[in-house]
Design a protein around this ligand. Structure first.
Ligand SMILES: Nc1ncnc2c1ncn2[C@@H]1O[C@H](COP(=O)(O)OP(=O)(O)OP(=O)(O)O)[C@@H](O)[C@H]1O
Ligand SMILES: [Mg+2]
Length: 457
């Protein structure tokens, strides 16, 4: 529970909001309370000053008495003293605290003064206003207000604040719970989905029409699961194809080896069977070598050693190597290469790519046809196009020829000895150089394979 993200988010929010609310409420409360207290004190002083003003005008016994009578009905207490601070009259019974305060009070300015402001500790707050007639001190008007009254007001204020605080905290908690649910519910669903993914169920769908980060995450997970699903089925297909590819030569080898054990075989038969066995074993070795190469590429264990290469030299050396096999089928090869074309590539790998493509052009072309290699360069890239006049590839098959072990017609390449790894290997090599490889073909007309490579440094 405490480890849940909803709790963590909620708790964090709660603490934050609580601190902010506490701060705001505290400031508001102290300001309000202080204002109230000040108001009471100011009005007490004003009241005292009014009595003093009256007394300054009519300073006689009956007016003094009158002041006392006036305040006896109010919640305030008035005490009028002479200049020696002896009590002349008081509206209510004089208490010990009042007397000691009067005794302590010295130096009152003409506009009067608050002489006791400690409303929290004392029973009364008090003000004093001096009576001056013709510049002579004639006495003082002391006003007292019981602090119970202020305390009651402040108490009411705090009660109101408590109620408001409780309501606010409650609302905050509710908001946070809803908010954290809103955020964490989709996260929980995604967590469950990824758990399912890791358990092997590769199809999860997290359909969401949110267009925020959580929506993006859900879409990414769905995409990931689709990708996993695709990879799984691709792997199964690949394993199926491999075992099939391996089974065929092994069946041949086994079959011919058995036949060779028979008695009364002619010398020629033995020679021809052992030749078949040898050929099949070679095919097997080639297949395994290619598969191993692809596996290395997948693990990025595949090293390319780049150097500045004169591309035309590579093309001419490839031409020289393949010319003998081409002439067996009377195929004519033309190489068009602009002088001085250079690129920063691995020459051996580039040669491998070209040989794979030319080997296809040769295998799937009829006698007497033509193959043309065109090299071109732009600012940053160079292009090598290999065009043949062979049988071509059907449109439906074209998107798949770069897939491992894919062959257009199984019979076609069985008799030509292919296993469907030539193009995928070539493409991997080109891609590891940061390049691109495309194929165009028309059935019965011919095929063009194009390699685009960055020229590099
Ligand atoms: N130039 C081409 N003309 C016609 N078909 C082609 C051509 N290049 C490739 N193909 C078709 O594409 C398939 C895949 O080619 P790829 O080079 O990958 O395999 P392969 O030649 O059959 O076997 P491998 O290259 O492993 O010996 C081939 O089986 C062939 O049917
Ligand atoms: Mg091939």
């Amino acid at each position: 529970m405490f480890n849940k993200i909803s709790f963590k988010i909620g708790f964090l929010f709660f603490v934050f909001i609580l601190i902010i609310e506490a701060f705001i409420f505290f400031t508001l409360y102290t300001n309000l309370a202080n204002e109230r207290v000040e108001e009471v004190m100011e009005s007490l002083l004003a009241r005292g000053n009014t009595h003093r003003d009256v007394l300054e005008d009519y300073y006689d016994h009956s007016t003094i008495k009158h002041v006392g009578i006036m305040e006896s009905a109010s919640e305030f207490i008035v005490i009028v003293t002479n200049e020696q601070e002896d009590v002349l009259i008081s509206s209510d019974p004089v208490e010990e605290e009042m007397l000691s305060l009067i005794e302590k009070t010295k130096n009152i300015p003409p506009e009067g003064k608050i002489v006791e402001a400690r409303w929290m500790e004392q029973k009364y707050i008090a003000t004093s206003s001096p009576i001056m007639i013709n510049g002579e001190d004639r006495g003082f008007v002391y006003m007292f207000a019981p602090t119970d009254f202020i305390k009651k007001t402040i108490h009411q204020l705090s009660e109101q604040f408590t109620i408001i605080s409780v309501i606010t905290v409650g609302l905050t908690v509710i908001t946070i719970v809803i908010l954290s649910r809103f955020i964490t519910q989709p996260l929980i669903r995604m967590k469950e989905a990824t758990e399912q993914l890791s358990k092997g169920s590769h199809h999860v769908s997290l359909h969401t029409n949110r267009n925020d980060e959580l929506g993006d995450l859900a879409n990414s997970i769905t995409k990931l699961s689709n990708e996993l699903e695709r990879m799984k089925s691709e792997r199964n297909e690949f394993l199926g194809s491999i075992s099939h590819e391996l089974r065929t030569p092994v069946t041949y080898i086994k079959g011919y080896a058995e036949i060779m054990n028979r008695p009364q075989l002619s010398r020629e038969d033995i020679v021809s069977f052992s030749k078949i066995i040898q050929e099949e074993a070679e095919k097997l070795a080639e297949l395994i070598r290619n598969l191993f190469e692809l596996a290395k590429m997948d693990q990025h264990n595949f090293v390319i050693v780049r150097e500045n290469v004169k591309i035309c030299d590579v093309l001419y050396s490839v031409e020289k190597r393949i010319r003998p096999v081409l002439s067996e089928k009377n195929i004519h090869l033309t190489v068009n290469c602009p002088d001085g074309l250079e690129a920063y590539v691995d020459p051996n790998r580039l040669q491998q790519v070209l040989l794979n493509i030319l080997d296809n052009a040769r295998k799937y072309s009829s006698k007497g046809s033509q193959i043309i290699i065109d090299a071109l360069e732009t600012d940053d890239y160079m292009t090598i196009a290999i065009q043949d006049e062979g049988e071509g590839i059907p449109k439906d098959d074209l998107p798949y020829v770069f897939e491992r072990l894919y062959r257009v017609e199984k019979s076609r390449s069985r008799h030509s000895g292919g296993s469907g790894l030539g193009l995928p290997i070539a493409k991997e090599i080109v891609m590891s150089h940061g390049g691109k490889m495309t194929i165009d073909s028309e059935l019965g007309v011919g095929t063009t394979v194009t390699i685009i490579l960055p020229k590099g440094e």
